[in-house]
Design a protein around this ligand. Structure first.
Ligand SMILES: Cc1cc2nc3c(=O)[nH]c(=O)nc-3n(C[C@H](O)[C@H](O)[C@H](O)COP(=O)(O)OP(=O)(O)OC[C@H]3O[C@@H](n4cnc5c(N)ncnc54)[C@H](O)[C@@H]3O)c2cc1C
Length: 176
């Protein structure tokens, strides 16, 4: 369960959690749930979880949709970024971060090749983003982030504007 204070006074909490579902109708963006359903799911869990459930005012549920990494990030005058390009489960809390990094890298690539050369910019952008975004997508899928005492610097220490650029067309292998 991820919990966030949503007021400066810290008197209101938003929390989100994941529960395996056997089926989901993709026409439903979201569905109402209830405190009773939460009580049933979290019966016997830690008292803090029970307190969160008891303090819940409104519960909704929605599906978490993801994809495998895409083989193509752009065509013609259109390029994808963010969730449109690499939707992922939220287990690394990096989906929006990746979208922002994509956008910043796209800007850097346009600066590199010139705004009139969109095809080169898109190729450079994909070459410099696909491996990293796919790696984050895969770890998020597996939900293994920070389960061990690993150094998270490769993720949090990445700087779009100082990382050395690889050539367009260079297919950086997705790190294991
Ligand atoms: C439970 C949960 C927790 C998360 N926590 C984190 C976190 O802590 N940190 C983090 O970095 N990421 C987190 N994420 C992921 C993050 O929310 C997404 O990766 C991020 O919002 C993707 O941004 P985006 O701009 O690519 O897409 P979106 O945020 O989906 O934006 C796309 C926008 O396009 C609009 N749109 C769609 N179709 C059309 C159309 N035809 N015309 C016009 N507009 C349209 C949509 O309404 C939407 O506003 C979390 C996700 C979930 C589900």
């Amino acid at each position: 369960m991820m919990t966030y204070f949503v007021t400066a006074r810290q008197d209101e909490i938003y929390y989100v959690t994941g529960v395996p579902a056997t089926e989901w109708n993709l026409n439903d963006r979201w569905l109402p749930s209830s405190k009773e359903e939460m009580r049933e799911i979290y019966k016997g869990w830690h008292p803090t979880v029970q307190a969160l459930v008891e303090g819940t005012v409104e519960v909704t549920k929605w599906s978490l949709l993801e994809r495998d990494p895409l083989p193509l990030w752009s065509r013609g005058r259109m390029a994808l970024l963010g969730d449109a390009c690499h939707p992922m489960k939220p287990h690394m809390a990096q989906g929006a971060a990746m979208a922002i990094e994509d956008a910043a890298m796209l800007v850097r690539c346009f600066k590199e090749v010139g705004a009139e050369h969109h095809a080169q910019a898109f190729a450079l952008y994909e070459a410099n983003r696909a491996a990293r975004a796919s790696k984050v997508q895969r770890i998020s899928h597996e939900n293994t982030w920070l389960r061990t005492n690993e150094d998270p610097a490769w993720c949090f220490g990445y700087d779009v504007f100082s990382v050395p650029l690889v050539d367009a067309g260079a297919k950086t292998p997705v790190a294991a």
